[in-house]
Design a protein around this ligand. Sequence first.
Ligand code: CO
Length: 211
Amino acid sequence: MHRLDNLFANNRAWVASVRKEDPHFFSKLTDQQSPEYLWIGCSDSRVPANQVTGLMPGEVFVHRNIANVVAHGDMNCLSVIQFAVQILKIRHIIVCGHYGCGGVRAAYEDQRLGLVDNWLRHVQDVAIKHRAALDEFGNDEARLNRLSELNVIEQVANVCRTNVLRDAWASGQQVTVHGWIYNITDGLLIDLDLSASSTKEVQEMQSRAMG
Ligand code: CO
């Protein structure tokens, strides 16, 4: 049996390098976490939340699934949002999509991959909703890129419509929802300028983003 010794060797080397920078790093994190950010991103191995934002353990609470979907009935994602907002009191929720997303492509091309097809129906719903806007783009690559952006816009709106966010804003809690997209080809994050920090701003954000 292969025990993946290389990963344990990597782990020990990483611990040593972190301790060299800060000998108390791990003991400081032992008691609690107090991250300022919740990251909702794609499971894609090329888009790791901590690395692309330069954040250390303890600094970002993370939920990832295929094509960064926030589905109204997904207890996993909703529980993460509730825990992050109500218990951890994070200040920012970042929904981050990415160009070159295999999930978005599979949805767009209506590929038959198995169980995941049902999950990607959520992205197909986004494509159907915005078919006229997508058709304005001349080629499939441009349409796929725009669908990735539209998917972020819709998932940001879905986060904002949860009872968790509505209750937080109604009670005056400061929490802002952001929509970003990551470019696999150069490693850069792009802010889609979708920020919403109140129920009123959600509608403004959506009409501006679709503009
Ligand atoms: Co993806």
